[in-house]
Design a protein around this ligand. Sequence first.
Ligand code: 5AD
Ligand code: SF4
Length: 479
Amino acid sequence: MTKYDLDMIDVTMPPPEYEPMRQYYFMRLCRDILGRMQAEKGRPLTCCVNTFGCQMNARDSEKLLGVLTAIGYTESEDENADLVLYNTCTVRENANIRVYGRLGHLHHYKKQNPDMLIGLCGCMMQEQKVVDKLRSSYPFVDLIFGTHNVYKLAELLYSVLSEKRRVIDIWDKAEAIVEDLPVNRKYSFKSGVNISFGCNNFCTYCIVPYVRGRERSRAPEDILKEIRALADDGVIEIMLLGQNVNSYGKDLETPMTFSELLREVEKIDGIKRIRFMTSHPKDLSDELIAVMRDSQKICRHLHLPLQSGSTKLLKAMNRKYTKEDYLALALKIRREIPEISITTDIIVGFPGETEEDFQDTLDVVRKVRYESAFTFIYSPRTGTPAAKMEQVPDKVVHDRFDRLLAEVQDIAKEVCCRDTGKTMEVLVEEVNEKDPSLLTGRLSNHIMVHFPGCPELVGRLVHVKLTSAHGFYYHGEMV
Ligand code: 5AD
Ligand code: SF4
């Protein structure tokens, strides 16, 4: 979906100074070049955008793909394409290692198709040492840009295409939020919606504030306008995205709370389900719990990262809550909204973690009884305070990680079967990958359900009787 007609743009004029028109101007120029290239080759040119990391990156990739398809590329899942763009993550070192590994494969494709373009963008590119390494050892990468100028893809790609040179453009901070660029959604019926960018919390292990910059809230009217347009386009589920949605709106000229924003979103006709990610426990208000409890549309799921159950480690992590604060909050939420599922993120092996600290984490896991938990091994990130602290030996960390995972999985199996026998509403998301006679969808509480049904139901809300529980998912039958 393009907001402006590229044919109407006069490219004999100099490029506009203001956004997003400037990018539409460059989209038009790219489209002209691409048209000539396709005519020469006698075939369409393909592009493949691959996303590493979180929901924010997934949403950014939809915008990148929106630009690429607007200028004439045909989307492809295959990395043996005319343009491959990796939207990278750097939250843990293994994300970086994977990118370097896969660049080797891309190089191989490029040797067979010398006109192939390879681009890298996203969080990893905001690290100086990464860009230095790419500059010196990966000359076959044509385009490198970061998180703050992702909206400039068309302009940067135009330089690559027209000047046939490598372009590296990294900004160290964000400028204004650019609205109204084209988006190519992965799903027709659900969509992420950014409500804020960046993070101000500086948890001592986390690189996000350095690579995504300070927190900036999007104007509520822009968010609501986007959601109304999505609803008009058939979207029924939205996921509001921010590193810390609970601090939304504090930086606006007219401040607004996240709960107030949710109340406005709830009023939009056509939207049936509202999700959000991620909530920092320190900022989760009673008002939000009440808004969730009283809402017909906000899903019965809260992702509430714990990180550690030890008050000593939480302090060293700069999380600004104690074990007791977290437990009281999680149990209050369970009391107010009994049908909710609570999921979390936990880091094992943060510097200074003792067996006693780890037991505190296990204790919280046992008390909150998470429906699911993402467990991570601490990964030192250059430039963050924790990277300079004394590290826990690998063997100890791996042993704790295995114990935590076993505990998390045992509990999830027990709690995720509590609705067996009930009939509940499911949003059908896709045809089951392994068995095409089955559909796969999600309950409001985010738990997955597989059941027999025809593909036309994808994107619809249906009622399913949950016949059997299998740990993290149900089998069911439509009623
Ligand atoms: N090492 C391991 N896990 C990390 N996370 C963030 N930074 C690190 C790190 N340096 C985890 C946190 C966060 C999730 C998105 O990633 O648990 O909530
Ligand atoms: Fe990282 Fe903490 Fe910000 Fe989350 S809240 S992005 S963990 S600094």
